[in-house]
Design a protein around this ligand. Structure first.
Ligand SMILES: *Cc1c(COP(=O)(O)O)cnc(C)c1O
Length: 405
């Protein structure tokens, strides 16, 4: 086996795709300690700086004191701990849906819920750039998978039309059609034209699932996500997200109707056949959601948007705008994710190391996270970065790009 493993590693190394873990000795804050050095971290999804916030830490500690360290079994087996129910009530209220169900991660939410709702005779239509967990979930469901060009409504319309036609030899029994997209795309930082996608799914009688992983906590008046921001609450059948990014804790969720949640409790295998998360995670997530909706949360969110504006004006090559005018208020182009597309994998790694030498942590994102030849530095900014952090990153980027890495 060793030889086989060596050959596998040599292959990824040759392609510039070898990945390694970097141990850090500090919490996830903008200035992290690693290998005896301090680096300014511009790669975290902790957009509001809640992962190390005293309110979340206190909530976790309190939950440990009251409910213990572990959950003992799946929630259907030995009783479902109160912190999960409190969190789900809080989430449903936050997202303005009838109900919510939490999972151990966002990944588990996707691979549990899609196969629970969709079977092999059904059709799932996904945006080209959706997260790997959605692709894995559709494969697991065994459904027919169709991919539309990124944010391309014409292409989506074409596939929806195709999905209406019953293939020869099949009974005319209606098949379910599910569209899945992200609201803010994780690796490109652009935004889906959700209003138009809602119109299309209504026109064709399809269902819509929106992954709000990078929008929850930072968009909308209550900051519950892009669905709220665009006034689409109640028009999206399935909202999914993670509690591990702006919410500052860990876990995944599905929000929707009571019936949807009841079906998932009965059929989502990653929910049924997996030990419940630790109660501390649920308590921390709930504290995160409460914080986001508070006046303090609102202020922190405006600091985030100030930093976003600042980094976008001081860095080269911001991502393209998906659909200008789709988003009221905030500029539709504006998200805390800025990809600096490099292309070549080895060159992207070299650029990331020049940045590291200058004291910045922005890892190169490569295949299979993004397409081959589309390697990039994915910069993210948070409310915990200072003005000065962002300014110095802008300087470093200019120097590196001047030198051609
Ligand atoms: C991070 C992410 C997930 C997975 O969530 P986890 O809680 O990290 O498992 C799902 N979808 C998107 C778009 C993500 O960025």
């Amino acid at each position: 086996m060793n030889e086989h493993l060596e050959a596998r590693l040599a292959l990824v190394t040759d392609q510039g795709l070898r990945r390694q873990l970097r141990e850090i000795e500090s919490p996830q804050v903008p200035r992290i300690q690693t290998g005896g050095r301090e680096l300014i971290n511009f790669s975290s999804n902790d957009y509001l700086g809640l992962a190390n916030h005293p309110k979340l830490k206190e909530a976790a500690i309190e939950a440990i004191d009251r409910f213990g360290a572990g959950a003992g079994a799946s929630r259907l087996i030995c009783g479902s701990l109160k912190p999960f129910h409190d969190l789900e009530e809080s989430l449903a209220n936050f997202k303005q849906t009838e109900a919510a169900l939490t999972f151990s991660t966002g990944y588990a939410a996707a691979v549990g819920s899609i196969p629970a709702l969709i079977g092999k005779d059904d059709i799932v239509i996904i945006d080209k750039l959706v997260h790997a967990c959605i692709v894995d979930a559709v494969r697991l469901a065994g459904a027919k998978l169709r991919v539309f060009k990124h944010n391309d409504l014409g292409d989506l319309d074409r596939i929806l039309k195709w999905a209406q036609v019953t293939p020869p030899g099949q009974s005319a029994q209606p098949r379910n059609v599910l569209i899945v997209t992200e609201s803010v795309f994780s690796m490109d930082g652009d935004i889906a034209p959700l209003k138009k996608i809602v119109e299309l799914k209504d026109k064709y009688g399809a269902w819509l699932m929106v992954d709000e992983a990078h929008a929850t906590g930072i968009f909308g008046g209550r900051r519950s996500g892009m669905v709220e921001h665009l006034g689409l609450s109640g028009q999206v059948e399935i909202q999914m997200g993670t509690l591990g990014k702006a919410v500052g804790a860990a876990g995944g969720f599905i929000c929707g109707s009571r019936k949807l949640v009841d079906v998932l409790i009965n059929s989502a295998r990653s929910f049924i056949f997996s030990t419940a998360p630790v109660p501390a995670a649920a308590a921390a997530a709930m504290a995160g959601i409460e914080f986001i909706q508070s006046e303090e949360g609102k202020q922190r969110c405006s600091i985030l948007w100030e930093r976003v504006t600042q980094i976008r004006s001081s860095s080269p090559a911001p991502s393209e705008c998906a659909e200008a005018g789709d988003s009221p208020g905030q500029n539709a182009c504006s998200t805390p994710i800025l990809p600096l597309i490099i292309g070549d994998e080895t060159k992207a790694v070299a650029t990331a190391s020049s940045l590291r030498e200058r004291g910045f942590l922005i890892p190169a994102i490569r295949y299979p996270t993004v397409a081959r030849g589309a390697a990039r530095l994915r910069m993210t900014v948070t409310a915990d970065h200072s003005n000065e952090d962002v300014r110095s990153l802008g300087e470093a980027l200019k120097q590196i790009i001047h030198q051609g890495s």
